[in-house]
Write a protein that binds this ligand. Structure first.
Ligand code: ATP
Ligand code: MG
Length: 287
């Protein structure tokens, strides 16, 4: 009998909140009652969801207040708690970068020697500087890091960047990427056997959703004399499905293509004589 519930911590509000909820939904987990509260329960999976500040999630997972969490890798490495990273989640993508004033002649990490750097990520930055054998003064500030050079508080900053528009608006340019980050699933180091099993169920679903996002279902019509050439272009899960069309001499070919290969292969398929190409999103994919 199912007795335990897996306790998941996600961001209460902010950049990871909506995608975290969306991922649960795509995994078929319904938490529609109570996303505005502190805590809620899924109606169709033994899961309790806590809504927290992202900075606090690693600590709660280390302390087993939550069994698992969705949080940015940047926060995981900065907090450096005892926990395991289970799976990358494919959203919340950003990079932790060093930025300097526009017009500065940045010539590599050496530039930072003896400089003042403002950041909310002193741990990761310190590790980076140490690795590069650079001594710089780290100024820890908790927000609005990007204004520090403009007000004379620092020579450079180390902050999260996605589009770069915040840097641009503050007269800064990205000089060095020190960490590429995305949201990850973390877990407490030692879960009970029952919770571990629940986690595996959840991970199985997350992987199916991720695979589906990276793949497209492709249907096309092919003249029979071009079939072998067209099939050779298609990787597919096993081999493509080939069905005769009502029109003699033609077949319908169905296959799965990864997002990366997609444009290149579509072009080749057209050149090989494929017609009526349909590309359809896949909802779940289990291989
Ligand atoms: P909280 O109130 O939960 O502490 P926060 O203000 O610290 O929220 P957000 O700005 O919502 O955090 O960002 C949460 C996470 O989103 C970041 O830790 C990072 O992993 C990710 N992220 C993705 N793109 C960006 C970006 N351009 N700037 C900041 N964070 C980003
Ligand atoms: Mg935070």
């Amino acid at each position: 009998m199912q007795t335990e519930k897996l306790k998941l911590a996600i961001q209460k509000s902010g950049r990871l909140h909506d995608d975290s909820i969306k991922l649960l939904k795509e995994c078929g987990i319904d938490i529609s009652n109570g996303i505005n509260q502190l805590k809620t329960e899924a109606s169709n999976f033994p899961l309790e969801v806590f809504f927290l500040r992202d900075d606090d999630i690693p600590q709660y997972v280390e302390d087993a207040v939550a069994d698992i969490g969705f949080v940015g890798e940047n926060v995981v490495y900065e907090k450096n708690k005892k926990l395991k990273v289970v799976e990358q989640l494919g959203f919340g993508k950003c990079r932790l970068s060093i930025a300097v004033k526009k017009g500065e002649s940045y010539n590599g990490p050496e530039y930072l020697q003896g400089k003042k750097i403002a950041t909310s990520y002193p741990v990761i930055l310190q590790q980076y500087l140490q690795q590069k054998n650079i001594k710089a003064e780290i100024h820890e500030i908790s927000g609005s890091v990007e204004i520090a050079p403009g007000i004379g508080l620092a020579d450079a900053i180390c902050d999260l960047v996605s589009s770069g528009s915040t840097l641009f608006m503050n007269g800064l340019t990205e000089a060095e990427v020190i960490l590429k980050s995305q949201a990850v699933l973390i877990q407490h180091q030692q879960l009970s056997a029952e919770k571990q099993q629940l986690l595996e169920k959840l991970v199985f679903r997350i992987q199916a959703v991720k695979k589906a996002k990276n793949n497209k279902y492709v249907l096309l019509n092919a003249p029979n004399d071009k079939l072998s050439e067209i099939i050779a272009l298609l990787p597919g899960m096993k081999s493509p499905t080939v069905l005769p069309l009502a029109q003699p001499g033609w077949s319908s070919v169905h296959s799965v293509l990864s997002e990366n290969q997609f444009w290149e292969i579509i072009e080749q398929l057209k050149n090989a004589g494929a017609q009526g190409i349909l590309v359809v999103p896949i909802e779940k994919m289990i291989v």
